[in-house]
Every structure is written in C-alpha cells, then in structure tokens.
Design a protein around this ligand. Structure first.
Ligand code: NAI
Length: 388
C-alpha cells in the first residue's frame, strides 16, 4: 500500500502558468502535484490579469513577491534566485502552450503542459528538441491515464491475456455542449475559437485523451486514418463538435474514435474497448475502479482496483493509495501522473539515469498533435485516408 512518505529530501520547487481563480483545471493540477509532497507551489503567473494573479496566489499561500504579472517576468526573476523554481505546469488555453513551454525550457525548467501540447507537429517536435538538449523532463497532462485499471489493462495486453489486439474502440463523447452554451460560457467559447483552441475542438479537447490511453495500453503505432467531422451547432464551424475517426494500426489492427460534445444526455462516455484474439478489455471513466475482462466463451469478469490478483504496476508504482472497495477517482489519477513526473524530474535534476517508468511525455504530446493534423487533413479532403 502506497503512502505519502517523502521520496525527495526537498520537494521540487514548482510554479504554474494559468490555472487561476475560476479556471476549469487549475485546482486539479495543484491538488495532484502537492498530494505526495513531491512538488511545492512556490511561484505563479496564474492569470492574464496581474491583480487577480496576486490576489489568488496570495490566497494559496504563495509569497506575494512570487506572484508574477506574466510568465516572462516569472522565468527571469526566478532564474536569479538560489531557491528559484525548478518545474512549471502550464494550464492556459491551447494557443499559448508552445510559447510558454519554449520559454520555460529555455529557462532550464522541467515542464508539464496541458493538451493539446501545440497547434502543429513542427512546434511539438521543437519542444522535444529543446527538452532533450537540456536534459529536461516534459510531461503532457493526459490526466485520465493515471487510472490504475488502465495500467492493469496495459499489463494484461503486454502479457498476452487477450491475444493479439484486433480492434480498438475509443470514445470520449459528452453532451454538455449540445446547445450553443458558448454564448454564456467563456470556458466553452475559447474552445470553439480556432485562434485559441487550434485546428480542432472535440478532437483535441477530448479525443487526444482516449487516443493516448489506447497508445499507452496497446503500444500500437497508427499507420493511417480517415476522419469525418462536423459542427451540429453551425456557428462553431470551422471547428467540429462531433467527429468520427477510423484508424489502421501497423500490424493489422484497426480502430475507431468518436469524439463529441453533443452526445445529449451523456456525462462523459469516455470508454475504451480493446478486442484481442482471445478476449476483450473494456474501461469507462465513470466507473474507473473496474475493468471488464471478457474471455470468449466464459462469464464476464469485473476486475476491481486494489486487489491482489492485479499486476504489480497497478498496485505499487501507480500508487495504490487505499484498499480495494474504496473508490479512487480523477484526483488520484492525476496524482499518480504527477508522482511519475516528479520521479523523472528528480532523477534528471540529479544527473541520474531515468527510472524505468512510463508517463505521458513529449512523444505522446507529438502524437496527439499528429492525430489532430491528420484528422483535419482527412476531413478537409472528403475523409480520405491519410498516412500518420
Ligand atoms: P480556463 O479558460 O478555464 O482557464 C484558463 C486560465 O489560464 C485562466 O485563469 C486564465 O486567466 C489563465 N491564463 C490564460 N492565458 C494566460 C497567460 N498567458 N498567462 C497566465 N495565465 C493565463 O481554461 P481551462 O479549461 O482550465 O483549460 C486550460 C488548459 O487545460 C487547456 O489547454 C485545456 O485543453 C486543458 N484542460 C485539460 C483537462 C484535462 O483533463 N487534462 C481538462 C480541462 C482543460
């Protein structure tokens, strides 16, 4: 059983750009990063509005002098301090991820960036080069990928429990934007503005999450894909509020991905089903502590989080924080990822070899952006097949 014993002599001095008061996702970052004492919130450029940043940062207990008007000021001032920040999380709308990440890497900081990590593959590859050149860790916040039962699925696929993978069925399809809610919701509005959101809406906002889960579990590389996307609320064009993708993986497996914000009545419907030669696995983020294991010709098995029959990766490395039967959820998934990011950063900072630990890194960030580029290219060309 995992507990929060300190793993480092000093927590990583950590800052945030974005995630200010009223933001959707700022609290999840802070709750997850600080859960295991691996990160300490030390500074921030939390908000576009400097006064709100100051008020908010101070209310979180950050030294008022270290609540900065913008990220350039923060990176410059912190670099002058002996106790300056070592890592930064970027939780701003998509259009600023690239510039802020690049500036952070240039300042020698480890980075955790929200998805989609950039607007283009070229930009994402540039970030990879910058991080590699300075031996810095670059994590991408595919926040659902910390759920233990997804790690269990990964181990089961790897040890052959379902046989060779044939079909991967992915979906993240909620119903919250089935009407034009953007008229009164700023958080929805920027997501549908290509200048802020990038070349896609639901594909980037939702599809990248479950796409990463599929990659993480199966290890399959996409060969080619085709995409059909549309906006049922017409004012959202050219961005889509619904999309279907068909994928062919190297080696013969095939897949589908449905991303939607107009799936009326649905809370999340983030699901993945992996069909192998012998059996299938299925997981749903609204019931994250259970994994369905369906062997052809046998009764369905529901595997439960926290049980001894699971693979070790689900219980030890991924922080089994409480025994089976107790529900773990979204915040634990995020904390499990931050635990991995922190472990990797600590090793890199001390010049040690990277631990044998997977986490959503810049390569998965690049693949997420590549998915979006290929989908747009396909959808804009009568849904033709596009090489990945
Ligand atoms: P939001 O609009 O609710 O909040 C954005 C925050 O960033 C605000 O506090 C704003 O003042 C601040 N901000 C914007 N530009 C800034 C800048 N240049 N410098 C400093 N602060 C700045 O946005 P939300 O929904 O929190 O999304 C932020 C990012 O997180 C997006 O990239 C989104 O795709 C991602 N996201 C990820 C989720 C996940 O599950 N991993 C869930 C929700 C959002």
């Amino acid at each position: 059983m995992f507990n929060e014993e300190k793993r480092f002599s000093q927590p990583i001095r950590w800052a945030m750009v974005g995630g200010g008061r009223g933001s959707e996702i700022g609290y999840a970052h802070r709750a997850a990063a600080q859960r295991d004492n691996l990160f300490q919130l030390t500074a921030g450029a939390f908000d576009l509005d400097p006064q709100r940043c100051q008020d908010f940062g101070t209310s979180l207990g950050v030294d008022p002098q270290r609540c900065y008007a913008d990220y350039t000021q923060m990176f410059a001032a912190e670099a002058q301090r002996e106790d300056g920040i070592q890592a930064v999380s970027i939780a701003t709308p998509n259009c600023s991820h690239y510039a802020i990440s690049r500036a952070a890497l240039a300042a020698g900081l480890h980075v955790i960036c929200e998805k989609p990590v950039t607007f283009s593959v070229t930009e994402a590859e540039d970030l990879k080069q910058c991080a590699q050149a300075r031996n810095l860790v670059f994590g991408v916040m595919y926040g659902y990928s910390g759920f233990q039962m997804l790690h269990q699925a990964r181990e089961m696929v790897r040890r052959g429990d379902i046989g060779a993978v044939r079909v991967v069925n992915m979906q993240f399809a909620h119903g919250f934007h089935n009407q034009a809610v953007e008229q009164h919701s700023p958080g929805a509005r920027w997501r549908m503005n290509p200048e802020v959101s990038g070349p896609t809406y639901v594909l980037g906002d939702l599809g990248t999450h479950i796409f990463y889960a599929a990659q993480m579990i199966t290890g399959l590389a996409v060969d080619r894909l085709c995409c059909h996307r549309q906006s049922f609320i017409e004012t959202r064009a050219p961005l889509e509020d619904n999309a279907h993708v068909m994928l062919q993986f190297e080696g013969g497996a095939v897949g589908t991905l449905w991303a939607s914000a107009v799936n009326a009545g649905s809370m999340h419907q983030q699901k993945i089903r992996i069909v192998g030669e012998k059996a299938s696995l299925e997981w749903w983020d609204e019931q994250p502590n259970q994994l369905r294991y369906e062997v052809q010709g046998e009764p369905v098995r529901i595997l439960e989080r926290g049980m001894g029959y699971l693979h070790n990766d689900s219980t030890a490395v991924s922080c089994n924080r409480i025994g089976g039967g107790h529900a773990e959820g979204f915040f634990e998934s995020w904390a499990n990822l931050y635990h991995r990011f922190g472990t990797a950063m600590d090793a890199a900072s001390r010049g040690e070899a990277q631990p044998d630990l997977w986490y959503p890194d810049i390569d998965s960030g690049i693949d997420g952006v590549r998915l979006l580029e290929c989908c747009v290219e396909s959808a804009d060309n009568q849904s033709g097949w596009v090489k990945f």
